[in-house]
Design a protein around this ligand. Sequence first.
Ligand SMILES: Cc1ncc(COP(=O)(O)O)c(C=O)c1O
Length: 458
Amino acid sequence: MMTREIPPIYENILETIGRTPMVRLNALAKDIPGEVYAKVEYFNPGHSTKDRMALKMVEDAERDGRLKPGGTIIECTSGNTGMGLALAAVIKGYRLICTMSDKQSKEKMDVLRALGAEIHVCPTNVAPDHPDSYYSVARRLNSEIANSFFPNQYDNLSNRQAHYESTGPEIWEQTKGRITHFVVGVGTGGTISGVAQYLKEKNPDIQIWGIDTYGSVFKKYHETGEFDTQEIYGYITEGIGEDILPKNVDFSLIDRFEKVTDRDGALAARELARREGMLLGYSCGSAFQGLRQLKHLLPADAVTVVLFHDHGSRYVGKIYNDDWMRERGFLREEWKTLGEAVQGRAARPLVTIFPEEPINNAIVQFKRFGISQLPVHDGSSYVGSLTESHVITALTSGDGGIEQLVRTVMGKPFPVLPATSSLLDGVHAMGEAFNALIVQAADGDHIVSKHDLLAQLA
Ligand SMILES: Cc1ncc(COP(=O)(O)O)c(C=O)c1O
């Protein structure tokens, strides 16, 4: 065993936050150019990087009087911020109430309760401004409870400042300034923005890559400036991706976003456990998988740091449980991918329609190709979808008959998924709202209808 400096005695557990180790990835990094290092944040006392920002939000609020002795802290959290706040609340003598969405693991809730926090479980599938959302419930409790403080990790800039002051400098020092790429999952944006600001001040050429989920708005917003509500749908990965734009995300510091499917993130986390001995949280799998998806962009001398947010103990009933994985179709050996489902379609290019064409052209295409729906493409992206039902509704509702323009009657664009997604990812993405989805395969985009998908499952 290598000799290491023995840490000092600390006055309380909060003093042990930060100064986490960086560990080289070996087995799984063999086919990734350059050196790959993991900043392993589960070494924090609350087992996640969020301890850093939780303490900073509390101490900044104490300093400027937003949090007073004997006060109550109320926060909406996916669990890890709650854990950091719980440690601060125990040591500093505050009451803590956490609102959590019902998709968060039971382990995360139990752990918070063990530290004395009160938990309010709120539904996941409601809009952020719905009165039952975990944001709204936290706000309401904050207005009802006297002497309470709502840190609001999404918009509270102490969040990213914590990473600017601690995580960023640690990464710079640990790599001796050699870092060329930083990869991390993005939720509130505090980690990526704080670290990025510090690193880019040191060396503006360092590339910052944010890992996003399918069902989140970040990637499209970063690339187009459009907040597209059509990007939003339910997903399973915890801690990353959003249906809002938190103030902590500084898009100008992020060079690229990459989306990772629920299935690929879960499988990558399991690989990290078995091949690197790191028992990590779900979003860590996503972060590593995102890096893998982008490895072709790395030069041979890259020094990449991927930040792993939290520990796997909070996910033992989920991604580390085979039954849970099987129920979602995530076990690779047991499910076909969408890519396999569209194999052999290279000779049948995707048929699309322009938004400015009359629906008569769609009727002709339906008949010619024996299809029931068409993606609407404006030459640069998918802007809508047209199904037989849209056409029938348009014809029966009167106005312009078969001359009506596609754009006036079309529905939302079909979900677009990578070829590595499982058939079950496809089922989830389609849900009840869509008749088809688009698969991005190596030989081009292909459409998979509900009918095709069910035929593959049979
Ligand atoms: C497990 C996990 N991963 C990733 C993130 C994203 O970090 P940030 O909110 O700093 O963007 C969080 C944040 O809550 C998290 O809990």
